[in-house]
Design a protein around this ligand. Structure first.
Ligand SMILES: [Zn+2]
Ligand SMILES: [Zn+2]
Length: 141
């Protein structure tokens, strides 16, 4: 039994669709290949306590009408350069630490989570650095 992709004319076996969308449509619509897993069990809104939340994969316009997932950073690769051995450049494939927003349906308060945080590369060329949080106060839960 084939099922029609929600966003194009293709009929495919259910195993080839993710959330009803084919691989090509997910790429075209700037969605990651798999369903997001960053947020396991959301807490009610920290500001108003509402329990209805919108989970949204952050995307940005990438020119020529396309959208791409927004990441904490983007992969880099070395490209040949006539002046030196290599030059680092942003790789056009994908994003690392794809950002997923949890938006409160009542007040709009928004929290961001990144997919696979341990895979986010650290370094000035990535615009990232490791920070250490101050210890939790013993007087707060
Ligand atoms: Zn499709
Ligand atoms: Zn709220």
């Amino acid at each position: 039994m084939a099922i029609k992709c929600k966003a194009c004319v293709h009929w495919l076996p259910p195993s080839q669709l993710v959330e009803g969308l084919c691989t090509e449509c997910r790429r075209r619509l700037g969605l990651p290949p798999q369903v997001t897993s960053a947020i396991h069990e959301p807490e009610p809104c920290a500001l108003c306590g509402c329990d209805e939340l919108v989970e949204a994969i952050l995307r940005h316009r990438a020119g020529d009408g396309r959208v791409e997932p927004t990441g904490a950073t983007y992969p880099m690769s070395s490209v040949a350069n006539v002046f030196s051995d290599f030059t680092l450049a942003v790789d056009s494939t994908g994003a690392v630490g794809v950002l997923v927003a949890l938006v409160c349906r009542a007040c709009g308060h928004t929290q961001l989570f990144a997919e696979k945080p341990r895979e986010i590369p650290i370094g000035p060329e990535y615009g990232t650095r490791l920070r250490k949080a101050k210890p939790r106060s013993p007087y707060r839960g």
